[in-house]
Design a protein. Sequence first.
Length: 263
Amino acid sequence: MTRPIATRESLSGAIAAGQMVQHYQPIVDLASRSMVGCESLMRWEHPCEGTVAACEFSELLERTGLVDGLTLSLIREACRLASDLSPGGARRFVSVNMSPAQLSDPALVGLVRHELAGAGIDGDQLTLEITESCDFDDLPAAGRVLTKLRDLGVKVALDDFGTGHSSLIKLKQLPISVLKLDRQFVMNLPDDSFDIAIVASVVTLADSLGVECVAEGVETNEQAHALRLLGCDRAQGHLFAPALPRQDLLAGMGVERRGRLAG
């Protein structure tokens, strides 16, 4: 349930006061358990309530259009972090959640090009995420913008895959590079035969389309093992690491050591 503190006025004030910060959840390669990238997740550092997760205010942030004003800072922070995460030739990426309005704006292409160059990274070190349930006012226009971003090397991820009614339409009309398997299909692995069939089908679909598949919400070794057996290459979840402040993520890349399985 959304807290009473999340109103247009309080969110606008939080943005002005610099209270909206980014935490980053590692995404790992399931074979090596090493971090290949991370997802940027917004947090509200409220002066009275403490840290408030995005699920408690993100819908209102998008509905009021306030999130669109954060586009530059989100992209800039992601590009700079991707550069910092990639010393010595390593190529880690940062994934940023975007609203339909942001991804339909033709000006986004120039902004992304500028920030990639400023951070000295390649386009494939930035991923832009949309939720499967999001509605575009002009899907063809969004497709044109995303195609230009793809030409820069930027990847587009379809989040919460399998939970909405328009997944295949978006796969057909948008240049999707990554399918993110929703956590509800992961939580009962390896015991639920239905979920096993769903995961296997999504992995097969991703392979046939030439896109990556990332499983969300992995919390146990058994889930991670089942996903790997089913052909899923990448995952994120508390088994590996929670969403971390930037400085913790960068501190010696310690998340990689915590994320490795024994044996």
